[in-house]
Design a protein around this ligand. Structure first.
Ligand code: NAD
Length: 516
């Protein structure tokens, strides 16, 4: 029998506060509270594997617009009439990608590498060069099943961030009761600065490097910020290319288009899960979502679906913030019209800014909007202590991962603002990813109603267990059994969610033992 000393924790590699150490505060707090087995704690407090690698791709020629001042030198430069305007792809930053032979057959007037297009602007022709991108995959834990977690394409990513997000997936998959562990990864790039074919080349090369690290029964990526079903399709193609049993490999990624093995209901699943939690929160109080008001941050996959579903339930959206700004309408924003506005191909930034059915406000004013609910569905760390002091909402349902800092958590508790923590609130995505994975394995196809029904049960059952842990109310109902998880005293909801995750993960180690 090994002595306690054998399990001494290794000294922390760095005493500095990072996104990861912040994210793990709640883990350590809950682990202390439940007296988590010491060796299990060592297994969980750092990831199993941290992969960093590099991806290179050849970029295309592009046209970069000059500032009006710089363009004056070219005042008499004639307009180039482009024969094949289809070949020009405009990016959100105003640059144009030259796809194929966009200028072939055109009367091109170039001076010192500059030309003027029919829009009147002068552009510098920048030849495409190869570029290197930093890529990551963190595999946090697989005690309960294969690593599972999204791929993020974003400028602000780091190993530290992916460690935090991968650990979150370990807790989330345990809470959602799906047989997976936690992983996360992605590439450091702003996808809005690259053309469609460039993103394809980068994605294929990314999977070329990733392939030896993952598999449908080893590690299963999904979409996250900046990635989508199109990117999942490319990843599947690259992973399965030339394989003898390529159709058995369809479960290598989830979040695919339904036409190629994706699940009905996966696109909206995370937003749907957020809405189910909010619905259950009010049902528990004998109230309904109908007539409630909400403020939203992020109008991408999670935010837009949550908004549409909540508004279908009768709630009113008052304000939205995204990467480009914020809009407000005190009478309520027409969510379907906003979704159509953001999805319009002419809206290059895919932003809510400029939406005619609302007025523009400053981001700082968003936090002052009085409403029942706030749904953060953008990036992490947005609700700081300062923001938490200002908020005029009664409930926060975390659609995003890690949107609230630990200091902000303390402020929210002090102010009595209630919280549905991320690891349950946004677990709908990974839950339906699991349904997609099973359907792929069984070569089945479930209807949207079937998926929604299963999701609703799973979300509400596990959210009720978390509420019971929080209130220290052990009980067994037809839907759920919280008796094995309550700890004999009340705790806040974030801690309750972590307790549920840790008890479920710990059971695997304690019952199965450790491989040597
Ligand atoms: P997305 O790329 O579809 O949308 C992101 C949204 O956030 C966009 O509206 C963007 O404008 C906005 N945004 C980006 N930077 C911002 C900033 N600095 N300030 C304000 N807004 C900003 O991403 P998504 O898939 O909707 O993911 C949103 C969040 O939900 C992320 O935290 C993600 O990890 C989490 N999440 C996503 C899923 C999923 O299934 N997609 C599942 C669980 C959790």
């Amino acid at each position: 029998m090994a002595s306690e000393e054998t399990f001494m924790r290794a000294p922390a590699p760095t005493p500095k506060r990072t996104i990861y150490t912040e994210a793990m505060e709640i883990f350590h707090f809950a682990a202390d509270l439940i007296g988590l087995d010491k060796r299990v704690r060592l297994e969980l407090e750092e990831p199993d594997y941290e992969h960093i690698f590099y991806v290179t791709a050849k970029l295309k020629d592009r046209l970069v617009p000059l500032l009006p001042e710089e363009a004056k030198t070219f005042a008499d430069l004639p307009v180039t009439q482009v024969r094949n305007p289809e070949g020009l792809e405009r990016l959100a930053n105003g640059n144009l990608i030259l796809n194929g032979r966009a200028l072939l057959g055109s009367d091109v007037a170039i001076r010192h590498g500059h030309l003027r297009l029919p829009d009147g602007l002068v552009y510098q022709l920048v030849p495409g060069e190869s570029q290197r991108f930093k890529a990551y995959r963190v595999q946090h834990n697989q005690a309960r099943g294969p690593y599972k977690g999204g791929l993020r394409y974003h400028r602000e990513v780091s190993l530290d961030l992916f460690k935090a997000l991968a650990a979150e997936m370990t807790w989330k998959t345990a809470i959602a009761e799906v047989p997976f562990g936690g992983g996360k990864g992605g590439i450091q790039l702003d996808p809005r600065e690259y053309g469609r074919e460039e993103i394809e080349a980068i994605t294929l090369r990314f999977m070329y490097r990733l392939k030896s690290l993952i598999g449908p029964n080893i590690d299963i990526p999904a979409p996250d910020v900046g990635t989508n079903p199109e990117i999942m399709a490319l990843l599947y193609r690259q992973f399965s290319d030339g394989e003898r049993e390529r159709h058995n490999l369809r479960g290598i990624v989830t979040g695919k288009d339904v036409r190629i093995g994706g699940s009905e209901g996966r696109g909206k699943a995370t937003g749907q899960g957020v809405a189910f939690c909010i619905e259950d929160y009010y049902a528990d109080r004998g109230e309904s979502v109908k007539g409630k008001t909400f403020v939203l941050q992020g109008f991408g996959n999670v935010g837009s679906h949550a908004a549409i579903i909540l508004s279908n339930m009768g709630a009113r959206l008052l304000a939205v913030n995204d990467a480009d700004g914020s809009v407000f309408n005190g009478d309520g924003i027409d969510v379907n019209a906003l979704a159509a506005y953001v999805a319009d191909p002419k809206n290059l930034k895919r932003s809510v800014i400029g939406f005619p059915g609302a007025q523009r406000i400053e981001k700082k004013d968003l936090w002052d909007v009085q409403a029942d609910i706030l749904v953060p569905a953008a990036l992490g760390g947005e609700i700081t202590a300062d923001v938490a002091e200002r908020l005029k909402v009664k409930l926060i349902a975390e659609g995003a991962n890690g949107p609230t800092t630990p200091e902000a958590d303390r402020v929210l508790q002090k102010r009595g603002i209630e919280l549905i923590p991320d690891i349950i609130a946004n677990a709908g995505g990974v839950t339906v990813s699991y349904y997609e994975w099973i359907q792929n394995k069984r070569m089945e196809r479930w209807s949207e109603a079937e998926v929604d029904q299963r999701l609703e049960r799973a979300m509400k059952r596990n959210y009720r267990i978390i509420r019971d842990i929080s209130r220290n109310q052990p009980r067994k109902t037809e839907m759920h059994d919280s008796r094995p998880y309550c700890i004999g005293k009340t705790v806040d909801s974030r801690c309750a969610a972590m307790i549920l995750a840790l008890k479920r993960i710990e059971a695997h180690y304690l019952l199965e033992g450790f491989s040597q």
